[in-house]
Design a protein around this ligand. Sequence first.
Ligand code: GLN
Length: 409
Amino acid sequence: MDEFGMGSKNLYSKYGPARNPFRPDDTVGTENYDYSPGGSSGGSGAAVAAGMCRVALGSDTGGSVRLPGAWCGIVGYKPTYGRISRYGLVPYGSSLDTVGIMARTVEDVHSTFKAICIPDHRDMTCMSESLRKRINDMAKSRPWVNKLYEVSPGQSLKIKQPLKGMRIGIPRECWVEELSEPALESWKAGARRLADLGCEIVAVSLPHLPYSLPTYYTIALAEASSNLARYDGIRYGWRSSEKPDDLHNCNASNKYANTRSEGFGIEVQRRILLGTYVLSAQTCEQYYIPSQKIRRLIQQDFDSVFALPNALHAESASAKSRLLTRRPAGVDALLFPTSTNTARLLESKGKNQAAGYVNDVMTVPANLAGIPAISVPAGEKNGMPLGLQLSAQYGDDELLLQIASHLQQ
Ligand code: GLN
Protein backbone atom coordinates (compact mmCIF):
# COMPACT_ATOMS: atom_id res chain seq x y z
CA MET A 1 0.00 0.00 0.00
CA ASP A 2 0.98 3.62 -0.30
CA GLU A 3 2.73 4.86 2.82
CA PHE A 4 0.08 5.79 5.44
CA GLY A 5 -2.60 5.28 2.75
CA MET A 6 -1.52 8.44 0.93
CA GLY A 7 -1.75 7.91 -2.82
CA SER A 8 -3.92 6.66 -5.65
CA LYS A 9 -1.45 4.67 -7.74
CA ASN A 10 0.59 2.68 -5.23
CA LEU A 11 3.69 4.64 -6.21
CA TYR A 12 4.47 5.68 -2.67
CA SER A 13 4.89 2.30 -1.05
CA LYS A 14 8.03 1.97 1.00
CA TYR A 15 8.52 -1.46 -0.62
CA GLY A 16 7.89 -0.44 -4.21
CA PRO A 17 4.56 -0.53 -6.01
CA ALA A 18 2.29 -3.53 -6.42
CA ARG A 19 1.51 -4.28 -10.07
CA ASN A 20 -1.87 -4.68 -11.70
CA PRO A 21 -2.44 -8.29 -12.83
CA PHE A 22 -4.13 -6.84 -15.96
CA ARG A 23 -2.38 -5.19 -18.88
CA PRO A 24 -3.92 -3.76 -22.04
CA ASP A 25 -4.49 -6.30 -24.82
CA ASP A 26 -2.32 -4.37 -27.25
CA THR A 27 0.74 -4.54 -24.95
CA VAL A 28 0.78 -8.33 -24.59
CA GLY A 29 4.10 -9.67 -25.81
CA THR A 30 5.86 -6.36 -25.23
CA GLU A 31 8.22 -5.53 -22.39
CA ASN A 32 7.90 -3.15 -19.47
CA TYR A 33 4.26 -2.42 -19.38
CA ASP A 34 3.34 -2.32 -15.74
CA TYR A 35 0.03 -0.82 -14.83
CA SER A 36 -0.98 0.58 -11.48
CA PRO A 37 -3.39 -1.52 -9.40
CA GLY A 38 -4.71 1.78 -8.00
CA GLY A 39 -4.10 2.99 -4.50
CA SER A 40 -3.66 3.21 -1.74
CA SER A 41 -4.73 -0.40 -1.03
CA GLY A 42 -3.31 -1.57 -4.37
CA GLY A 43 -1.59 -4.64 -2.91
CA SER A 44 -4.92 -5.91 -1.56
CA GLY A 45 -6.58 -5.27 -4.93
CA ALA A 46 -3.85 -7.00 -6.92
CA ALA A 47 -3.80 -9.98 -4.54
CA VAL A 48 -7.55 -10.58 -4.86
CA ALA A 49 -7.54 -10.02 -8.63
CA ALA A 50 -4.63 -12.45 -9.09
CA GLY A 51 -6.44 -15.12 -7.05
CA MET A 52 -3.89 -15.08 -4.21
CA CYS A 53 -6.71 -14.72 -1.69
CA ARG A 54 -10.48 -14.62 -1.68
CA VAL A 55 -10.98 -11.50 0.43
CA ALA A 56 -8.68 -8.67 1.48
CA LEU A 57 -9.08 -5.68 3.75
CA GLY A 58 -8.00 -2.19 2.81
CA SER A 59 -8.41 1.26 4.24
CA ASP A 60 -10.61 3.81 2.50
CA THR A 61 -10.13 7.45 3.48
CA GLY A 62 -10.88 8.89 0.05
CA GLY A 63 -11.34 5.90 -2.25
CA SER A 64 -8.41 3.59 -1.53
CA VAL A 65 -10.52 0.45 -1.62
CA ARG A 66 -12.85 1.44 -4.47
CA LEU A 67 -10.21 2.71 -6.92
CA PRO A 68 -8.08 -0.48 -6.71
CA GLY A 69 -11.36 -2.40 -6.92
CA ALA A 70 -12.21 -0.70 -10.22
CA TRP A 71 -8.71 -0.87 -11.71
CA CYS A 72 -8.21 -4.54 -10.74
CA GLY A 73 -11.67 -5.69 -11.89
CA ILE A 74 -12.96 -6.71 -8.44
CA VAL A 75 -15.48 -5.45 -5.88
CA GLY A 76 -14.31 -2.73 -3.45
CA TYR A 77 -16.63 -1.67 -0.64
CA LYS A 78 -16.38 1.25 1.77
CA PRO A 79 -18.98 0.90 4.55
CA THR A 80 -20.72 3.73 6.40
CA TYR A 81 -18.28 5.60 8.65
CA GLY A 82 -18.23 3.87 12.02
CA ARG A 83 -19.69 0.54 10.93
CA ILE A 84 -16.43 -1.45 11.16
CA SER A 85 -14.01 -0.92 14.03
CA ARG A 86 -10.76 0.83 13.15
CA TYR A 87 -8.94 -0.58 16.15
CA GLY A 88 -5.44 -1.43 14.91
CA LEU A 89 -5.66 0.77 11.81
CA VAL A 90 -3.00 3.48 11.62
CA PRO A 91 -4.96 6.75 11.37
CA TYR A 92 -4.60 9.02 8.34
CA GLY A 93 -7.63 11.35 8.32
CA SER A 94 -9.62 10.26 11.35
CA SER A 95 -12.94 11.83 10.33
CA LEU A 96 -12.76 10.04 6.95
CA ASP A 97 -11.00 6.72 7.63
CA THR A 98 -12.91 3.47 7.16
CA VAL A 99 -11.91 -0.18 6.86
CA GLY A 100 -13.06 -1.53 3.49
CA ILE A 101 -13.46 -4.98 1.98
CA MET A 102 -12.28 -6.29 -1.40
CA ALA A 103 -13.34 -9.56 -3.05
CA ARG A 104 -14.27 -10.94 -6.45
CA THR A 105 -18.00 -11.04 -5.70
CA VAL A 106 -20.46 -8.89 -3.75
CA GLU A 107 -21.50 -12.06 -1.88
CA ASP A 108 -17.98 -12.55 -0.49
CA VAL A 109 -17.87 -8.88 0.49
CA HIS A 110 -21.25 -9.24 2.18
CA SER A 111 -20.37 -12.28 4.27
CA THR A 112 -17.11 -10.65 5.39
CA PHE A 113 -19.00 -7.48 6.26
CA LYS A 114 -21.50 -9.42 8.38
CA ALA A 115 -18.64 -10.99 10.32
CA ILE A 116 -16.79 -7.75 11.14
CA CYS A 117 -19.62 -5.21 11.36
CA ILE A 118 -19.90 -5.22 15.16
CA PRO A 119 -19.58 -2.58 17.90
CA ASP A 120 -16.12 -2.20 19.44
CA HIS A 121 -15.43 -0.06 22.49
CA ARG A 122 -11.75 0.12 21.52
CA ASP A 123 -12.66 2.50 18.66
CA MET A 124 -14.72 5.35 20.08
CA THR A 125 -16.07 6.25 16.62
CA CYS A 126 -17.39 2.73 16.07
CA MET A 127 -21.22 2.83 16.05
CA SER A 128 -23.01 1.83 19.23
CA GLU A 129 -25.50 -1.02 19.36
CA SER A 130 -28.39 1.44 19.79
CA LEU A 131 -27.48 3.50 16.70
CA ARG A 132 -27.13 0.28 14.65
CA LYS A 133 -30.59 -0.79 15.78
CA ARG A 134 -32.10 2.60 14.96
CA ILE A 135 -30.58 2.52 11.49
CA ASN A 136 -31.83 -1.00 10.83
CA ASP A 137 -35.35 -0.15 11.99
CA MET A 138 -35.43 2.93 9.79
CA ALA A 139 -34.02 1.14 6.77
CA LYS A 140 -36.52 -1.69 7.03
CA SER A 141 -39.56 0.50 7.52
CA ARG A 142 -39.57 1.45 3.82
CA PRO A 143 -42.42 -0.44 2.24
CA TRP A 144 -40.78 -0.55 -1.19
CA VAL A 145 -37.52 -1.95 0.19
CA ASN A 146 -39.06 -4.46 2.53
CA LYS A 147 -39.82 -6.85 -0.32
CA LEU A 148 -36.14 -7.13 -1.09
CA TYR A 149 -35.30 -8.27 2.41
CA GLU A 150 -37.93 -10.98 2.39
CA VAL A 151 -35.98 -13.13 -0.05
CA SER A 152 -32.35 -14.13 0.22
CA PRO A 153 -29.96 -12.51 -2.28
CA GLY A 154 -29.50 -15.90 -4.00
CA GLN A 155 -33.25 -16.29 -4.47
CA SER A 156 -33.79 -12.71 -5.55
CA LEU A 157 -31.30 -13.15 -8.37
CA LYS A 158 -33.81 -15.49 -9.97
CA ILE A 159 -36.70 -13.00 -9.84
CA LYS A 160 -37.33 -11.20 -13.12
CA GLN A 161 -37.48 -7.63 -11.80
CA PRO A 162 -36.04 -8.00 -8.28
CA LEU A 163 -35.40 -4.27 -7.87
CA LYS A 164 -38.87 -3.13 -8.87
CA GLY A 165 -39.86 -0.01 -6.94
CA MET A 166 -36.26 1.03 -6.32
CA ARG A 167 -35.25 4.51 -7.49
CA ILE A 168 -31.67 5.14 -8.61
CA GLY A 169 -30.23 8.66 -8.97
CA ILE A 170 -27.71 9.68 -11.62
CA PRO A 171 -25.80 12.70 -10.26
CA ARG A 172 -25.39 15.31 -13.00
CA GLU A 173 -22.21 16.69 -11.42
CA CYS A 174 -20.37 13.38 -11.98
CA TRP A 175 -20.40 14.10 -15.69
CA VAL A 176 -16.96 15.71 -15.38
CA GLU A 177 -14.68 16.92 -18.13
CA GLU A 178 -12.09 14.22 -17.32
CA LEU A 179 -14.61 11.37 -17.83
CA SER A 180 -13.35 9.08 -20.61
CA GLU A 181 -15.61 7.63 -23.30
CA PRO A 182 -15.34 4.02 -21.97
CA ALA A 183 -16.24 5.18 -18.44
CA LEU A 184 -19.26 7.03 -19.81
CA GLU A 185 -20.36 3.99 -21.84
CA SER A 186 -20.05 1.71 -18.82
CA TRP A 187 -22.09 4.21 -16.75
CA LYS A 188 -24.88 4.18 -19.36
CA ALA A 189 -24.82 0.37 -19.56
CA GLY A 190 -25.06 0.13 -15.77
CA ALA A 191 -28.08 2.43 -15.71
CA ARG A 192 -29.74 0.35 -18.44
CA ARG A 193 -29.08 -2.83 -16.49
CA LEU A 194 -30.65 -1.44 -13.31
CA ALA A 195 -33.64 -0.20 -15.34
CA ASP A 196 -34.07 -3.75 -16.74
CA LEU A 197 -34.06 -5.07 -13.18
CA GLY A 198 -37.02 -2.81 -12.39
CA CYS A 199 -35.37 0.37 -11.07
CA GLU A 200 -36.59 3.81 -11.97
CA ILE A 201 -33.64 5.92 -13.10
CA VAL A 202 -33.77 9.65 -12.33
CA ALA A 203 -31.31 12.52 -12.74
CA VAL A 204 -30.37 14.26 -9.49
CA SER A 205 -28.24 17.24 -8.61
CA LEU A 206 -25.62 17.50 -5.87
CA PRO A 207 -24.59 21.13 -6.40
CA HIS A 208 -21.59 21.19 -4.04
CA LEU A 209 -20.03 17.98 -5.39
CA PRO A 210 -17.54 19.86 -7.63
CA TYR A 211 -15.89 21.23 -4.46
CA SER A 212 -15.27 17.75 -3.03
CA LEU A 213 -11.69 17.29 -4.20
CA PRO A 214 -10.18 20.51 -2.76
CA THR A 215 -12.31 20.09 0.37
CA TYR A 216 -11.05 16.54 0.84
CA TYR A 217 -7.41 17.45 0.24
CA THR A 218 -7.65 20.25 2.80
CA ILE A 219 -9.35 18.26 5.56
CA ALA A 220 -7.48 14.97 4.99
CA LEU A 221 -4.08 16.66 5.00
CA ALA A 222 -4.88 18.77 8.06
CA GLU A 223 -5.90 15.65 9.96
CA ALA A 224 -2.86 13.76 8.65
CA SER A 225 -0.44 16.43 9.85
CA SER A 226 -1.93 16.20 13.31
CA ASN A 227 -2.17 12.38 13.34
CA LEU A 228 1.40 11.91 12.15
CA ALA A 229 2.85 14.22 14.82
CA ARG A 230 3.20 11.14 17.02
CA TYR A 231 5.87 9.73 14.67
CA ASP A 232 8.65 11.72 16.28
CA GLY A 233 11.06 8.91 17.12
CA ILE A 234 10.08 9.08 20.78
CA ARG A 235 6.44 8.05 20.88
CA TYR A 236 6.49 6.08 17.62
CA GLY A 237 8.47 5.42 14.52
CA TRP A 238 11.92 5.74 13.11
CA ARG A 239 14.59 7.51 15.16
CA SER A 240 17.54 9.14 13.43
CA SER A 241 20.95 7.94 14.53
CA GLU A 242 22.69 10.83 12.83
CA LYS A 243 25.17 12.48 15.17
CA PRO A 244 25.13 16.27 15.26
CA ASP A 245 28.44 17.43 13.72
CA ASP A 246 28.83 20.45 15.91
CA LEU A 247 27.52 21.63 19.22
CA HIS A 248 25.09 24.14 17.68
CA ASN A 249 23.23 21.37 15.93
CA CYS A 250 22.89 19.39 19.11
CA ASN A 251 19.36 20.47 19.98
CA ALA A 252 16.07 18.65 20.12
CA SER A 253 14.49 20.26 17.07
CA ASN A 254 17.33 19.12 14.81
CA LYS A 255 16.90 15.59 16.08
CA TYR A 256 13.19 15.70 15.40
CA ALA A 257 13.82 17.17 11.94
CA ASN A 258 16.33 14.45 11.02
CA THR A 259 14.08 11.74 12.37
CA ARG A 260 11.04 12.91 10.44
CA SER A 261 12.97 13.71 7.23
CA GLU A 262 14.55 10.26 7.19
CA GLY A 263 11.51 8.35 8.37
CA PHE A 264 8.80 9.72 6.06
CA GLY A 265 8.64 9.34 2.28
CA ILE A 266 8.42 12.32 -0.04
CA GLU A 267 4.63 12.32 -0.50
CA VAL A 268 3.98 11.97 3.23
CA GLN A 269 6.35 14.89 3.90
CA ARG A 270 4.56 16.98 1.29
CA ARG A 271 1.20 16.26 2.90
CA ILE A 272 2.40 17.00 6.42
CA LEU A 273 3.72 20.36 5.21
CA LEU A 274 0.50 21.24 3.39
CA GLY A 275 -1.66 20.03 6.28
CA THR A 276 0.32 22.03 8.81
CA TYR A 277 0.07 25.06 6.55
CA VAL A 278 -3.74 24.94 6.27
CA LEU A 279 -4.02 24.63 10.05
CA SER A 280 -1.66 27.51 10.84
CA ALA A 281 -3.16 30.59 12.48
CA GLN A 282 -2.86 32.78 9.37
CA THR A 283 -4.42 30.35 6.91
CA CYS A 284 -6.89 28.37 9.00
CA GLU A 285 -9.72 30.83 8.24
CA GLN A 286 -8.83 30.82 4.57
CA TYR A 287 -8.70 27.06 3.92
CA TYR A 288 -9.54 24.80 6.83
CA ILE A 289 -12.70 26.48 8.19
CA PRO A 290 -14.31 27.00 4.73
CA SER A 291 -13.55 23.35 3.90
CA GLN A 292 -15.42 22.21 6.99
CA LYS A 293 -18.38 24.35 5.94
CA ILE A 294 -18.34 22.98 2.40
CA ARG A 295 -18.14 19.45 3.79
CA ARG A 296 -21.39 20.12 5.65
CA LEU A 297 -23.02 21.40 2.44
CA ILE A 298 -21.92 18.25 0.58
CA GLN A 299 -23.47 16.12 3.35
CA GLN A 300 -26.69 18.13 3.06
CA ASP A 301 -26.72 17.64 -0.73
CA PHE A 302 -26.69 13.87 -0.22
CA ASP A 303 -29.38 14.07 2.48
CA SER A 304 -31.58 16.06 0.11
CA VAL A 305 -31.57 13.36 -2.60
CA PHE A 306 -31.99 10.17 -0.59
CA ALA A 307 -35.46 8.83 0.22
CA LEU A 308 -34.19 7.56 3.57
CA PRO A 309 -33.59 10.35 6.11
CA ASN A 310 -30.13 10.48 7.69
CA ALA A 311 -30.31 8.50 10.94
CA LEU A 312 -27.84 10.90 12.55
CA HIS A 313 -30.10 13.92 12.13
CA ALA A 314 -33.59 12.53 11.70
CA GLU A 315 -36.07 12.92 14.56
CA SER A 316 -37.59 9.49 14.72
CA ALA A 317 -41.28 10.53 14.58
CA SER A 318 -41.03 12.81 11.54
CA ALA A 319 -38.57 10.44 9.89
CA LYS A 320 -41.06 7.61 10.20
CA SER A 321 -43.88 9.55 8.63
CA ARG A 322 -41.58 10.56 5.77
CA LEU A 323 -40.71 6.96 5.22
CA LEU A 324 -44.22 5.74 4.70
CA THR A 325 -44.84 8.21 1.92
CA ARG A 326 -41.72 8.45 -0.21
CA ARG A 327 -40.14 11.88 -0.42
CA PRO A 328 -41.13 13.36 -3.78
CA ALA A 329 -37.86 12.85 -5.64
CA GLY A 330 -36.04 10.68 -3.11
CA VAL A 331 -33.71 7.98 -4.43
CA ASP A 332 -32.55 4.76 -2.76
CA ALA A 333 -29.05 4.76 -4.24
CA LEU A 334 -26.84 6.74 -6.61
CA LEU A 335 -24.97 5.34 -9.61
CA PHE A 336 -21.78 6.88 -11.04
CA PRO A 337 -18.33 5.79 -12.28
CA THR A 338 -15.64 4.83 -9.77
CA SER A 339 -12.91 6.48 -11.79
CA THR A 340 -12.71 8.58 -14.89
CA ASN A 341 -10.62 5.98 -16.73
CA THR A 342 -8.99 2.54 -16.62
CA ALA A 343 -5.72 1.86 -14.74
CA ARG A 344 -2.81 4.19 -15.45
CA LEU A 345 0.73 3.21 -16.33
CA LEU A 346 3.01 2.84 -13.30
CA GLU A 347 5.35 5.59 -14.40
CA SER A 348 7.91 7.12 -12.08
CA LYS A 349 6.88 9.89 -9.75
CA GLY A 350 6.04 12.85 -11.95
CA LYS A 351 6.52 16.51 -11.14
CA ASN A 352 2.90 17.52 -11.02
CA GLN A 353 1.53 15.56 -8.10
CA ALA A 354 -1.71 17.53 -7.92
CA ALA A 355 -2.69 16.04 -11.30
CA GLY A 356 -2.63 12.59 -9.65
CA TYR A 357 -5.18 13.73 -7.07
CA VAL A 358 -7.79 13.93 -9.88
CA ASN A 359 -8.04 10.11 -9.77
CA ASP A 360 -10.03 10.54 -6.56
CA VAL A 361 -12.67 12.89 -7.92
CA MET A 362 -15.42 10.24 -7.91
CA THR A 363 -14.57 8.57 -4.63
CA VAL A 364 -13.92 11.32 -2.05
CA PRO A 365 -17.54 12.59 -1.77
CA ALA A 366 -18.72 9.42 0.01
CA ASN A 367 -15.97 9.80 2.63
CA LEU A 368 -16.79 13.47 3.18
CA ALA A 369 -20.43 12.52 3.76
CA GLY A 370 -19.66 9.33 5.75
CA ILE A 371 -22.00 7.31 3.51
CA PRO A 372 -21.44 3.78 2.15
CA ALA A 373 -20.20 3.23 -1.42
CA ILE A 374 -19.21 0.19 -3.44
CA SER A 375 -17.40 -0.29 -6.73
CA VAL A 376 -18.38 -3.28 -8.87
CA PRO A 377 -16.69 -4.43 -12.09
CA ALA A 378 -18.47 -2.90 -15.07
CA GLY A 379 -16.97 -3.64 -18.44
CA GLU A 380 -13.50 -3.13 -19.85
CA LYS A 381 -11.57 -1.18 -22.43
CA ASN A 382 -8.76 -2.88 -24.32
CA GLY A 383 -8.58 -5.62 -21.68
CA MET A 384 -8.45 -3.19 -18.75
CA PRO A 385 -11.32 -3.29 -16.22
CA LEU A 386 -13.68 -0.45 -15.36
CA GLY A 387 -15.75 -0.02 -12.21
CA LEU A 388 -19.13 1.48 -11.44
CA GLN A 389 -20.01 2.90 -8.08
CA LEU A 390 -23.21 2.73 -6.06
CA SER A 391 -23.69 4.87 -2.98
CA ALA A 392 -26.54 5.04 -0.45
CA GLN A 393 -27.72 6.96 2.61
CA TYR A 394 -25.77 6.85 5.88
CA GLY A 395 -26.28 3.38 7.38
CA ASP A 396 -28.04 1.90 4.35
CA ASP A 397 -25.26 -0.64 3.74
CA GLU A 398 -27.50 -3.69 3.49
CA LEU A 399 -29.61 -2.18 0.71
CA LEU A 400 -26.48 -1.00 -1.08
CA LEU A 401 -25.02 -4.52 -1.07
CA GLN A 402 -28.33 -5.95 -2.27
CA ILE A 403 -28.47 -3.58 -5.25
CA ALA A 404 -24.77 -4.15 -5.98
CA SER A 405 -25.28 -7.93 -6.08
CA HIS A 406 -27.68 -7.36 -8.99
CA LEU A 407 -25.47 -4.84 -10.76
CA GLN A 408 -22.48 -7.20 -10.90
CA GLN A 409 -22.51 -9.24 -14.10
N1 GLN B 1 -5.97 8.83 -2.85
C1 GLN B 1 -6.52 9.44 -1.68
C2 GLN B 1 -5.44 10.11 -0.87
O1 GLN B 1 -4.30 9.96 -1.23
C3 GLN B 1 -7.27 8.45 -0.86
C4 GLN B 1 -6.43 7.61 0.00
C5 GLN B 1 -7.15 6.64 0.88
O2 GLN B 1 -8.36 6.41 0.72
N2 GLN B 1 -6.42 6.09 1.83
O3 GLN B 1 -5.70 10.77 0.09
